[in-house]
Design a protein around this ligand. Structure first.
Ligand code: AMP
Length: 281
């Protein structure tokens, strides 16, 4: 695997690949790679001739300095994992390379970046849009792979490419979980052993919501979910919403839509975790 830190080098390598008529699959990440990330690399490997992964902890998408500082970083381990997956190229730029000047672009993402995550992490999706658009313009991939775990991010990326007519196919990839159901996340590394032990409650609660979808009125189900989460002292529910899977708008009744997803954000101690479950699709 080649490892490059500059935009120029990346562009040169990829233009050679394109000249050979090889397809390029791109997996953007912030590193501290786990099986979830590696499943995206494997999906990319199936569809493309050449795989590029980026590792870049993008400061513009962090609304909280402590979260940025404490974000897990483990480059040597990441490189080993990518080599085992036969990734062809790792793009690992510095902040100076990605942001030679501060980028103050403000994207109009409609209401999409104001609800759910957007409500609690103002500016987060604008930062994601800034960096993903930059990465797409550097890499010009044929296909890019994103996890359904970050469902709202996936819809926002889809909106971004439609808006700017970026010729890339977005491939949604399923959520990889630990054996006890906890969605894999780089942030899980920050959980204490005690916190880690109770973390599966998040997914158990989502499964409970799925089993009861259509039976218990939505408002009541939301109250029960909040109770189930908050009864544990280490957990604090930030939101639990049942939304239309295409518009992300919150639903009040089970008959309003036939494609629904339940999204949750929970603080476990100081670590904020998100997850979701498809109810009907
Ligand atoms: P991150 O490094 O957290 O920015 O994630 C990079 C990509 O990996 C994003 O498209 C995420 O949605 C995806 N991802 C993160 N966790 C998982 C998971 N548990 N299963 C599948 N994909 C994931």
């Amino acid at each position: 695997m080649q490892i490059v830190n500059t935009i120029e080098e990346t562009k040169t390598i990829l233009s050679n690949i394109r000249q050979k008529n090889m397809s390029i699959g791109f997996v953007p990440t912030m590193g501290a790679l786990h099986e979830g990330h590696l499943s995206l690399i494997r999906d990319a490997r199936k569809d493309n001739d050449f795989i590029i992964c980026s590792i870049y902890v993008n400061p513009t998408q962090f609304d909280n300095n402590e979260d940025l500082e404490k974000y897990p970083r483990d480059l040597n381990n990441d490189i080993d994992k990518l080599e085992k997956e036969n990734c062809d190229l790792l793009f690992n730029p510095s902040n100076g390379e990605m942001y030679p000047q501060p980028d103050t672009t403000e994207f109009d993402l409609g209401y999409l970046d104001e609800i759910l995550e957007g409500k609690y992490r103002p500016g987060h999706f604008n930062g994601v849009a800034i960096v993903v658009k930059k990465l797409f313009s550097i890499i010009e991939p044929d296909r890019a792979y994103f996890g359904i775990k970050d469902y709202q991010q996936l819809l926002i990326i889809q909106k971004l490419i439609e808006k700017f007519e970026i010729p890339v196919e977005i491939i949604p990839c399923p959520t990889e979980r630990e054996d006890d159901g906890l969605a894999m996340s780089s942030r899980n590394a920050r959980l204490s052993p005690k916190e880690r032990k109770i973390a599966p409650i998040i997914y158990t609660t989502l499964k409970f919501a799925k089993i009861n979808a259509g039976f218990i009125p939505i408002n009541e189900l939301k109250k029960i979910v909040a109770k189930r989460i908050n009864k544990n002292k280490l957990l604090k529910l930030e939101y639990f919403e049942i939304v239309d899977a295409e518009t992300l708008l919150p639903l009040k009744t089970w008959t309003e839509s036939n494609k629904m997803i339940a999204c949750i954000a929970v603080f476990l101690g100081k670590v904020r975790l998100i997850d979701n479950i498809i109810l009907f699709y």
